[in-house]
Write a protein that binds this ligand. Structure first.
Ligand code: NAP
Length: 118
């Protein structure tokens, strides 16, 4: 992760100007995180599996003046994750400040039993 200026004018931590990747940003918690970060001035990249829903979200954020872009990615696929990281690296010129690994599921087992596929 790249270093960034984390203080706003009031001296408090701020994501203004930060670059952020939020996976699963078209609905639910991820959607709220994308909007909140962008409203606080971060530049956000997001992804989901549904192109139509992603496009609708990107259009809505653009109309609100928020800096959000994204692409389709199924994070279950290693190939698609690698493509996502290529896209994000190119878009942010290799500088990512914030990663919100939101798209996921609950697999309950001992931490040492998880595999790369999990
Ligand atoms: N809601 C809760 O109470 C709760 C509690 C504990 C933990 N969590 C965790 O918090 C995260 C978000 O939950 P949520 O309730 O906000 O979920 P949600 O409303 O179902 O939204 C999930 C988001 O992630 C995307 N997504 C799902 N699977 C994906 C995949 N394989 N690749 C890329 N994008 C994917 C969805 O879009 P597409 O379907 O179009 O891909 C959508 O944008 C999850 O990891 C969940 O396990 C949630």
């Amino acid at each position: 992760m790249a270093q960034m200026e984390t203080r706003g004018g009031d001296g408090r931590w701020s994501p203004k100007g930060a670059t952020a990747l939020v996976t699963g940003g078209t609905r639910g918690i991820g959607h709220a995180i994308v909007e909140e970060l962008a409203k606080h001035g971060a530049v956000v990249y997001t992804c989901s599996r549904n192109q139509k829903q992603l496009d609708e979200c990107l259009e809505k954020w653009k109309s609100k003046g928020l800096k959000v872009t994204g692409s389709v990615c199924d994070v279950l696929s290693r190939m698609e994750r690698e493509k996502l990281m290529e896209n994000v690296t190119g878009y942010f010129d290799g500088k990512l400040n914030i990663l919100v690994n939101n798209a996921g599921t609950n697999v309950l087992k001992e931490a040492t039993k998880f595999t790369a596929e999990d």
